[in-house]
Structures are given as C-alpha cells and as structure tokens.
Design a protein around this ligand. Structure first.
Ligand code: GDP
Ligand code: MG
Length: 720
C-alpha cells in the first residue's frame, strides 16, 4: 500500500498528494461504500485503538464553509471550493483523521483529543443534487448511526428562517433518529448537535440566536409524527445541544483563526463523568468538552469498517436500521475474523505437532506448547473480541475454546498412547537387562522400574493435561495394570528360562564322563540302576535347591515355585530316561558287553593279552566268559532298586500342585505311549524282552567270532 501522503494530510496542510491526502471517500458520488477504510485506519493507527477513538460529522447547506471549518479545526485537507469557481466540491461523504500540530510542539498545552475521525458530509441546497433529497436523508441516517457529535454549520442570517434548507435538514435528522429508535427503544443513544453559527457579526448575541434555534428545534420535533411508544418523547431524550459562533472568515481572518483554535479545544480528550447543563438544558461544552461517554457508539475501531459498511448497505437497501442487531451481526463477523487470526497463531505452534502425529512417539515439549498455544490464542481473542457484543463474544469464545481444545485433545490422547507404550517398553527392557545383570533382585527391580516409568508417564500426562482440563486417570490405571501383567509375564518367561537352564544343568550332570550315567555304565551290575537312581535324586534335589533360591529372587509365589519344581522333576526324569536310552542302544551295549567278555577271555588275570597255545582250554574259558557276561544282561532290563522294587519316582515327583498345567496328551501320543514320561507304566522298562533277545543274539555272534579268531590263532601258530 502506498503510504505517501497519508500523514501529509494531517501534519502538513500543503501536502495533499498521495492516496489518503484528503482522507478517504467513505461514500462516493455513486453511493458506493469504500473498501479502503481498513487500510486507512491501519495507516492512521486507529484500527487497534479499541474504543479510544471518536467519530464526528458535519452537516449544513452546500458551500457554507463546512470543509473550511473542519480543516481549521482538525488540520484536515478536505477540498474547499475556490473563491472563483463556485461549484460543489465535497461529493458523498469523506473521512479524515484530525490532527493537532500544537500537540507535538507542546504536549503540556491543552490540545485536540486523539483518534478523532471527522466525516465531511455532502451538503445540499437543492441545487447540485436537484431532487435527490434521498441522499441527504441517507447520509443523515448514516452519520447519526455512527457519529458522537454532529456539527451543524449554519450562517447567522439563516437562523430563524424556519423554512430554510438547514431546518429541512434538521427535520430529516430528527426523523431518522426516531426511525433508529423505533427498533431500539431499550438503549438510548445520545448525540450532540453542535451548532456553529458562521459569519457572526455580533449584533445579535449568541444567547438570542440559541433561543431562536432551540425554539425552532422544538417546533420541528413537535411537528413530527412519532412512532408508537415515542409519542411523548422530547427532543432532549435523544440530543444534547451546544451553540457557538464564529466570525466571518474572509472579513475577519485573524479573528476567525483565533476563534477556531479556541473552538478546537472543545474537542479535547477529557471525558467528564457528569455532563454540565445550563438552565435551558444546553450542554456547556466549554467546561466538559464534547466527548461525553454516552455519545460513543461502542464500536471497536477494528469493527468500524465492517459496521459502517453494513449500516450503509442497510440504508441503501431501504431496510429498517436496527442498531442492536447490527452490533450483534458485527460482533459475529468480527469475532469470526479475530478467531481466524487466533487460530493462525495457534497453528504456528500446534501444526508441527499434528504433522508429527503419524510417528506415534512421545513428542517432546508438547505440554508447554499446548499451553502456550491455547493461552496465546485465547488471550488475543479475549483482548480483541471482548470489546464486542458480550453475548456473541462469549458464545464465540466458547466455540473457539472448544475447537482448539478438540485439536489439543487429539494430540493429548496420542501423547498418552505413546507415553503408555513407552512406559511398557521401557519397563520390559529395563527388567530384561536387569535380569541379565547377575545378582539382580527381580522383586526390587520391578518395584523400582515400575515407579520410574509411572513417574515419567504421569509427568508427561500432567504436562499435557492443560491444568487438569484433560484427565489421564483411566490411562494411568491401564498402564499400571499392564505393568503388573507385564511383570507377571516377564517373571513367567524368566521362570521358563530358569527351568530350561536347570534342565540343561541336569542333562550335563547325567551325561558327565566323570560321574554321570555313562561312567556308571562302565560297571554293569545289580547296583547300576540303584546308583543311577541315587545320582538322579541327589542331582535333582540339589538343582531344586538352586532353582528355589533363584525363583524366590524372581519374586515368584510359592504356588508358582511349586509348579515349576514339579515340572522340573518330571522333566529331569525324562532327561534321565533319554540318557538311559542313549546309553542302552544296542551297538553301545554290545561294545560294553564285549569289553567285559574280552577282559575275561582275551586278557589274563594280569591284564596281559592271552596268546592261546595248543592244548590250552579255549572252550572252557570261552564258555565261562560268555556265561559271566550273559548274566549281566538281565540287570539292564528294568530300572529297579537293589531289592528289585520300583524306585519311588511318583513319590519323588509328588502330586501335581494346584493349577499345574496338565500335560497335553493327544491321541497319537496316547497310542504311542511316551515311555520317558514318569507317569508311563513302562517307564522303568529299559530293555524290552525282544531287545534283550536281540542283544543276547548279537553278543553271542560277536563272542563266537572272538572264539573262532582265537582258535584260528592257535592253528596258525601251530602250523608255523
Ligand atoms: P462547504 O461546501 O460547506 O464545504 O464550503 P467550503 O468550505 O468549500 O467553502 C465554500 C466557500 O465559502 C469557499 O469559497 C470559502 O472560501 C468560503 N468560506 C469559507 N469560510 C467562510 C466563512 O466563514 N464565511 C464566508 N462568508 N465564506 C466562507
Ligand atoms: Mg465541502
């Protein structure tokens, strides 16, 4: 926007160039309302003034020196008709900001009030606009609906001319005023009619002129037909009056200047609480100034363009002008506009967080950002929209609050969900790492980690809760519940791992070359299985002691521990049973039995290999050796104690504790019974009769072969 000349109109009377050199034409000759008022009010710094501005208008016949007066009073630059070419200069309605050059030179001296917007209204004398009385009526209505003070410019010699153009104008003003109040009887708008009597020669004192005018005004008022309810109203119900005179500008230029400078000070800033009326009801504005608060239309400056535009539209469309409704409509419009700006401020902070929602992570700094964004948006709204119609404002504030809160709620819920997930993950991770560190006490690890993650969760949730506007109690309970379930599951998993380790430990023990089953099988005798049974029970008992210690550290309940021990015992037997199967595979057993046989048959008592000589009793020794070994085989058939009784396996394992998972046995398994299971009826049968027969036969074959070899040895040694 071009700003040159905007202030020129105000500070330098000669500089009338530029876009706003003459202010703005609010309503042009085609009765169009301006679109540049927001720009103009921005360039003059009035837009953000709230209620701290004033709006005044001037009325009067064409070419009565209105524009000249305004320029002198307010340092404006309204075009003035030149002396030589007498033709209408002011078209439509112009607006310009008043300035006071004295204010900056000596601020302590009384000076013009701030932010006074002056409207120069096209005058009529029936000449230029011809029969267009309609425009006069419309511009009067417009000025009255918006202005606090109406300056009525009148020549002294016009006073008392009841039929004169001025009185026609005043009649119009009163009529349109009544029209305004027809709809709006509840609120009393007061306006000040400020009569400036021009070209005052001095023969007739002001007092007399005033009385004449007041009499005329009352006369006009009485002559008006009043709308229902306002029949008995008096003119002073709506208007205050004040009167002043000015000398002839051309004949007494210095006096004129002096008087206008004095008059200017009536438009000072002071707004007295009490109006000062003289006995005839006239306001003494020399004492009070003209800007009584009662005159202010209470339209915030930033709403003025829209409000004035709407008023003008209603007027031109010949609609009934209803100011309260207009104020409500304005409030709706402006509240919406302000709301948009507030949402933009909010967006600046919040949109990045919303964009990151898809990452489903805990967003750092969300809580403070939510609070800042909401506070900024709402406080701006309260500050700017709070000046408008209260009911509308409150409703729009609620709307905005709800809208913003709804968006924040989405972020909040997502943050809670992410924090929740985080809490569970950190908990599981910390516990798992903790378990791996040797000597970690599961119980206190769980307690500590639980407390830490819950504190983190609560801190984050609290930060985003907008001081309790959003609740997280349910989510917190759900986190707590999951943590407890998680702890139980982790303990279960750890118990399972522990069981597996214990089982592996037992397998290692059972398969040990030094003292395990294989070692015991080196000595096949009736004590073989009793020895293995002892190995089994002691190993398992030892392992259970270790296990119980560990499971206590895991904070397992005694039921959980009992169940695990029961399981461990059953598995231990299975492990042993499998080791036994491995050990009693035919090939292995044959090797062991042949070992026994060889020791007896192929070596002598000193362990020296025999070299059979002719005549030695090969047959006898062979038969004896074979006999000894064959006697060993039945010892292997059944796992039993020395007194041939079954080992007390069931007692050792004990009854299944309450709640122990039943071993799932499916049909196939039932058909092909798992003999390794301690509950199997055949679990103690290591070698079936069939296998014994087969073993015996295999052994016999190999032993016979040894005999043949031995025999062949003697023959060959003889033949040599
Ligand atoms: P407006 O049409 O009412 O705005 O009148 P202008 O301000 O344009 O002035 C119209 C004419 O009246 C101009 O030629 C002025 O020089 C002249 N004029 C201005 N002030 C006075 C005044 O106080 N007395 C007289 N007699 N003429 C004035
Ligand atoms: Mg003019």
């Amino acid at each position: 926007m071009a700003t040159n000349g905007v202030n020129g109109s105000a500070t330098n009377g000669d500089d009338h160039e530029g876009e706003f050199g003459h202010g703005i034409q609010v309503i042009d000759e085609n009765k169009e309302f301006t679109t540049s008022m927001p720009e103009y009010l921005t360039s003059t710094n009035v837009l953000q003034a709230g209620f701290s501005y004033h709006l005044i208008s001037v009325f009067g016949s064409q070419s009565t020196g209105k524009s000249t007066l305004l320029n002198h009073l307010f340092n404006t630059a309204f075009p003035v008709m030149s002396e030589s070419r007498r033709q209408q200069t002011t078209k439509g309605i112009w607006m310009s900001l008043a300035t006071d050059p004295n204010a900056s030179s000596d601020p302590d001296q009384p000076h013009l009030g701030k932010n006074i917007l002056v409207m120069d209204v096209e005058g009529t004398d029936g000449r230029e606009r011809g029969e267009d009385q309609d425009f006069e009526r419309k511009s009067a209505l417009f000025a009255l609906a918006t202005s606090e003070v109406l300056i009525v410019n009148i020549w002294e010699h016009q006073v008392g001319l009841y039929q004169g153009a001025n009185m026609g104008l005043l009649k119009t003003v009163f009529e349109v005023n009544l029209q305004l109040f027809q709809k709006d009887k509840s609120t009393v708008h007061r306006s000040l009619l400020f009569f400036v009597i021009r070209d005052h020669i001095g023969h007739t004192p002001l007092e007399n002129l005033k009385n004449t005018l007041l009499a005329d005004l009352n006369g006009i008022w009485h002559g008006l037909s009043k709308p229902p309810g306002l029949e008995s109203s008096s003119i002073s119900d709506f208007f205050d009056f004040t009167f002043t005179t000015l000398p002839h500008k051309l004949l007494q230029p210095d006096q004129f200047k002096l008087e206008t400078q004095k008059l200017k000070l009536r438009f000072r800033e002071e707004s007295p609480t009490n109006a000062n009326y003289s006995t005839d009801g006239v306001l003494d504005t020399s004492k009070t100034g003209v800007f009584l608060p009662a005159y202010h239309r209470r339209i915030p400056a930033d709403g003025l363009p829209h409000y004035a535009g709407n008023i003008w539209r209603m007027i031109t469309e010949n609609k009934d002008l209803d100011l309260p409704t207009q104020q409500e409509l304005l409030a709706q419009y402006r509240c919406d506009e302000i709301s948009v700006v507030c949402v933009e401020l909010f967006d600046e902070v919040i949109t990045p967080f919303e964009a990151a929602l898809s990452q489903k992570i805990v967003q750092p700094g969300l809580g403070p950002a939510m609070k800042t964004a909401l506070d900024t948006a709402l406080s701006k709204f309260k500050e700017e929209a709070g000046r408008y119609h209260k009911v509308v404002y409150k409703r729009k504030l609620e709307d905005l609050e709800k809208k913003l809160q709804a968006r924040l709620k989405v972020l909040y819920v997502a943050q809670l969900t992410a924090a929740h997930k985080n809490a569970i993950a950190v908990f599981a991770d910390t516990i798992q790492k903790g378990i791996k560190r040797s000597g970690a006490d599961f119980a206190s690890l769980v307690t500590e980690t639980r407390a830490t993650v819950l504190t983190d969760f609560t801190t984050e949730a609290e930060a985003c809760s907008l001081e309790g506007a959003f609740s997280y109690t349910d989510e917190l309970h759900s986190v707590e519940k999951e943590l407890d379930e998680g702890a139980t599951r982790l303990r279960g998993e750890e118990m399972t791992r522990l069981l597996a380790r214990m089982e592996k430990g037992l397998r290692t023990k059972f398969t040990s070359e030094d003292d395990g089953v294989a070692y015991m099988f080196k000595t096949i005798s009736p004590t073989l299985y009793p020895r293995i049974w002892t190995l089994f029970t002691t190993s398992v008992t030892d392992q259970i002691a270790v296990f119980t210690q560990r499971s206590t550290a895991l904070n397992a309940t005694s039921e959980e521990n009992d169940q695990a021990v029961f399981k461990l015992k059953k598995r231990a037997w299975k492990v042993l049973r499998m080791v036994l199967d491995e050990e009693t595979k035919e090939q292995g057993l044959i090797t062991r039995l042949m070992g026994y046989f060889d020791k007896d048959f192929r070596y002598d008592d000193q362990g020296v290999p025999r070299v059979w000589k002719a005549g030695e009793d090969i047959e006898g020794t062979f038969a004896k050796s074979k006999e000894t070994v064959l006697k060993l085989i039945p010892n292997l058939a059944t796992f039993q104690l020395e007194d041939s009784s079954k080992p007390p396996l069931a007692t050792f394992i004990g009854d299944a504790p309450e709640g122990a998972e039943e071993e799932i046995v499916n049909v196939e398994e039932e058909e092909e019974e798992d003999i390794a299971s301690p509950t199997s009826t055949k679990t103690f049968i290591i070698l079936t009769p069939g296998r014994i027969t087969s073993l015996t036969e295999s052994f016999n074959r190999q032993a016979d072969q040894a005999f043949v070899d031995a025999k062949r040895g003697t023959i060959s040694s003889v033949s040599q």
